[in-house]
Ligand binder design. Structure first.
Ligand SMILES: Cc1cc2nc3c(=O)[nH]c(=O)nc-3n(C[C@H](O)[C@H](O)[C@H](O)COP(=O)(O)OP(=O)(O)OC[C@H]3O[C@@H](n4cnc5c(N)ncnc54)[C@H](O)[C@@H]3O)c2cc1C
Length: 302
């Protein structure tokens, strides 16, 4: 099995998520080569073949040019799978590559399972296993689903040059609107999940956050229900955080939430379900009704 991994740069910096592609290839047991449109001054910590195109000539993003570069590397490597991150870069480029190759594309892979790839469905409430019917397959992998795998050593460089000019011009990045809370800088975050039950109960979680000198976080359903502002959302479509202490109250541990908080130093989860997936990454899992446990803990801390 051979994999061609497509890493990413953002504003001249190699994205750490590039190493998740290496983690994916390792789990797959695949021999891998990496393709980057970036710069020689920012090479990843990895061994093996690295196809490198210069971002100053090709742009950090340009679908036509980057597709051409990916196709060039495919021609040389003859991989069984071409793997992108499920990012705005990956979800724009992967289908272009799959269409050019006339092969299957499987998006947002969260795990490797016997006989195929696991992907979420029904707004990530369920999982399904899919298998490509074409010999070769283009994949995008969910952020945080596979381990970061840095390697000792230096890659073996082969430079690529794109010749097409492309019909799309990359204009630039636009910073997201300033948030009223910067969770990325918080040392303690106490998060309200759907398990809080109703908007009025968020105050119980806020009181614990205050007693710990931390900030309030929220899972997506809590934000979607209008109980907490989006600026507090943690996860793939919210903020990525790494506090010293993360307390997840009534959060099940869906992959999209974990992607935003699993790098926290110490994780405490409070959940009435002892088998909730958050228990797999929590340092401490308190099996309790949060409406009983959280006020008691807050009172003790006060
Ligand atoms: C494209 C996409 C992007 C997404 N982005 C994000 C994102 O950025 N952030 C995010 O959080 N989600 C995101 N999601 C949604 C994600 O898939 C989950 O649906 C979501 O994280 C679940 O939130 P939750 O854990 O609060 O709710 P649930 O999954 O409903 O879990 C509630 C938990 O509370 C527990 N519970 C219930 N009552 C109590 C009680 N009284 N005491 C203690 N425990 C209790 C339950 O046992 C359960 O484990 C995204 C989904 C998609 C498809």
């Amino acid at each position: 099995m051979k994999a061609l991994l497509i890493g990413e740069y953002r504003e001249g910096k190699l994205l750490d998520s590039t190493y998740e592609l290496l983690g994916f290839a390792k789990e797959l047991g695949a021999e891998s080569a990496l393709l980057l449109v970036g710069s020689e001054s920012q090479l990843p910590a990895c061994t093996g073949k690295l196809y490198l195109a210069d971002a100053s000539a090709c742009g950090e993003y340009n679908p036509d040019l980057h597709k051409q570069l990916v196709l060039q590397a495919i021609e040389k490597e003859q991989p069984d799978c071409i793997v992108f991150l499920h990012s705005s870069y990956g979800w724009d480029l992967a289908p272009r590559v799959a269409a050019s190759l006339k092969v299957a594309q499987v998006s947002e892979v969260t795990a490797l399972v016997e006989g195929g790839y696991e992907v979420g469905c029904c707004n990530a409430k369920m999982r399904r296993t899919v298998k490509a019917r074409s010999g070769r397959v283009v994949l995008t992998i969910q952020a945080g689903a596979f381990p970061v795998a840095k390697q000792e050593g230096t890659p073996q460089l082969e430079k690529l040059v794109a010749t097409a000019s492309g019909a799309v011009e990359f204009v630039g990045y636009e910073p997201a609107e300033a948030k009223d809370v910067d969770l990325a800088k918080a040392e303690v975050i106490v998060t309200a999940g759907r398990g809080v039950g109703k908007k009025e109960n968020v105050a119980v979680i806020e009181a614990l956050a205050k007693a710990l000198g931390g900030e309030l976080g929220a899972s997506r359903p809590v934000v979607d229900a209008g109980w907490v502002e989006h600026s507090h959302q943690v996860g793939t479509t919210g903020q990525t955080v790494n506090p010293k202490l993360y307390v997840a109250c009534g959060v099940s541990g869906a992959i999209q939430h974990l992607a935003g908080m699993k790098k926290s130093d110490f994780i405490v989860a409070i959940n009435k379900d002892k088998d909730a997936p958050i228990g797999e990454i929590a340092d401490v899992l308190v099996v309790a009704d949060l409406m009983q446990f959280v006020p008691a803990l807050t009172a003790k801390l006060q």
